[in-house]
Ligand binder design. Sequence first.
Ligand code: ADP
Ligand code: MG
Length: 248
Amino acid sequence: MSTAGFAPLIELAGVNKYFGRLQVLYDINLTVGRGEVVVVIGPSGSGKSTLCRTINRLETVESGTITIDGVPLPEEGKGLAGLRAEVGMVFQSFNLFAHKTVLQNVTLAQLQVRKRTGSQAERKARDLLERVGLAAHADKYPAQLSGGQQQRVAIARALAMDPKALLFDEPTSALDPEMINEVLDVMRGLAREGMTMLVVTHEMGFARASANRLVFMADGRILEDRPPEEFFSAPNTERARDFLSKIL
Ligand code: ADP
Ligand code: MG
């Protein structure tokens, strides 16, 4: 699988994951290189969210290894806040703290995990809010913002940790169509600037324009892992052809 030119930042080798007796990931081998953007697509239930969640230890795995920047994931309970600062995650449902302001959402983990001072954290938060176009909304609460604005706050919050990589799990799937682009714009900017990103999305325009590699999953397996232009012009597998015919 081609990762030429990118030193591995996220590496999964032989990963198997079960929920009870149900196996949901089968022998996953996947590398995301430093500065690389990997887009993951596949039918509902194929294990895309579980894959993301295993990478920052929201789920444990039964076998296989996951390393971040050469370091194996910590044991359960130990060093998890640090890990999640290194590898930020952006969820479909935003997951902001409802009873904290936008500014507080972006400063909290900086204070608790990165041990920054209040003024350092606030300066960083205001810079990031400016960057995602929300400087004027710092004192509002999440419920006062649109979905697209909330998702941009969630991205600013993840960036405030100075992460080595970001995981996005269908970041635009809960948004009204007119808000999708404002979030994709932020993501496209991050990709251009060399942020390492693993992105689960059905936004094929983003995949074509910004992905270095396209990973197609079905039934807990990676069936294809190729440059997007190759994948879209000639998928290798029947499952991928069938999937593309339904979404394009
Ligand atoms: P995707 O994100 O591709 O839709 P998921 O990773 O959410 O797929 O789910 C993969 C499989 O794991 C599905 O069969 C789903 O029902 C199952 N699953 C996901 N989370 C859990 C859980 N917490 N407990 C039991 N089964 C789960
Ligand atoms: Mg999912």
